[in-house]
Design a protein around this ligand. Structure first.
Ligand code: FAD
Length: 335
């Protein structure tokens, strides 16, 4: 008897990990995506692609940290492009209290004095008196990672169809993993959009090794090195589902903060300025909503790259054994 095909709807970072994990577990899988070009309509393409479970614990539910640590181990097993150089957190002299607060809310760091900070990130020499280093955290360039996963999915035997809009189950027997992000809002009560604007720049005279977070009471910022002197500067967090172009106000905040981190960002070339909308539930914790043979994986908020691998494992375990983690799964009546 052949195993019935599982449909994964949506090829953002969540759908990619679902398709790959299920195919490697022996399921027959097809992945369908509405956009013509891979990733063109996904929030995932806008991400900084940091894997930062410790830093995110500053504001996230403890479950995000717990699941994120599992994903941190899963990513390098499938993608060799993960850079594990940690995260550096700094604050300007006037915002030193922010650093104390951040340290109180998080763990997994070592405290750095000015000398240690200079040794770790030489291009920031003399700019900050203290910092926090989270050595286990990682990052990647999202476009490269997603392309790699797509190739791996095809190599694992998944049928992939772009320009293919999912419009509902085709038969009562079909199992669907719905990974449509914000487009599934009509079916998931409470799913909302949280706008994030970000800039991509190229800078000649700064060579940062790891993501750097500059704390500020109103405009916290991070800078992620994507290689080739490209940096992602992000990101705003705005309660809106508007995915229109970045505003002047946000651009000023982002670029001004990068300039405060290092004046060489003043000479940076702006390669792209854009906005994506993160799908999120009220508690900003992802959910796996099971309605009979339709399984929604959604609400990954700021943590799509961080949590996609571990959620894929949870769905594969559920399909194989019926195992359910009550903190993530919501079992509902089939529709
Ligand atoms: C500025 C910014 C920075 C971020 N930085 C990070 C970070 O550093 N680390 C991190 O972990 N996360 C980060 N995130 C969050 C992360 O990007 C999101 O959590 C993630 O993109 C959500 O992925 P998704 O697959 O659920 O949704 P999406 O990426 O939006 O994918 C959904 C896909 O479904 C497709 N689709 C929709 N409807 C249909 C249909 N009917 N049929 C077929 N296909 C359909 C869409 O076209 C899309 O490709 C960031 C987000 C933003 C905006």
């Amino acid at each position: 008897m052949t195993t019935p095909t599982i449909t994964v709807a949506g090829a953002g970072i969540v759908g990619l990990w679902q398709a790959l994990t299920l195919a490697r577990r022996g399921f027959s899988v097809r992945l369908i995506e509405r956009s013509v070009e891979p990733f063109a309509q996904s929030a995932s393409a806008l991400a900084g692609a940091m894997l930062a479970p410790y830093c995110e614990a500053e504001a996230a539910d403890p479950l995000v940290r717990e699941l994120g640590l599992k994903s941190l181990a899963l990513w390098p097993q499938s993608y060799p492009g993960v850079t594990v150089k940690g995260t550096l957190v700094v604050a300007g002299t006037r915002d030193r209290a922010e650093l104390v607060r951040f340290a109180r809310m998080t763990d997994g760091f070592e405290k750095l004095d000015a000398e240690e900070l200079n040794a770790l990130e030489p291009d920031l020499e003399g700019r900050f008196a203290a910092g926090l280093h989270y050595p286990a955290e990682a990052h990647m360039a999202p476009a490269e990672a997603m392309r790699f996963l797509l190739d791996a999915i095809r190599a694992a035997g998944v049928q992939v169809a772009f320009s293919s809009t999912w419009a509902g189950r085709s038969s009562a027997e079909e199992t669907v993993i719905d990974c449509r992000g914000l487009a599934a809002r009509g079916e998931l009560t409470g799913l909302r959009g949280v706008r994030g604007e970000r800039a991509i720049v190229r800078v000649r005279d700064v060579d940062l090794i790891r993501p750097v977070r500059l704390l500020h009471p109103r405009h916290p910022l991070y800078v992620v090195p994507w290689g080739g002197r490209r940096y992602m500067i992000g990101a705003t967090v705005i309660e809106s589902d508007d995915d229109g172009p970045a505003t002047v106000r946000s651009a000023l905040e982002l670029l001004g903060s990068a300039y405060a981190l290092h004046p060489a960002f003043g000479e940076a070339q702006i390669l792209d300025l854009g906005a994506g909308v993160r799908p999120a539930f009220a508690d900003n914790v992802p959910k796996i909503v099971v309605r009979g043979r339709t399984i929604h994986v959604n609400g990954l908020y700021r943590h799509g790259f961080l949590l996609a691998p571990v959620l894929a494992e949870l769905v594969a375990d559920y399909l194989a054994t019926g195992a359910v983690d009550d903190r993530v799964f919501k079992m509902e009546a089939a529709t």
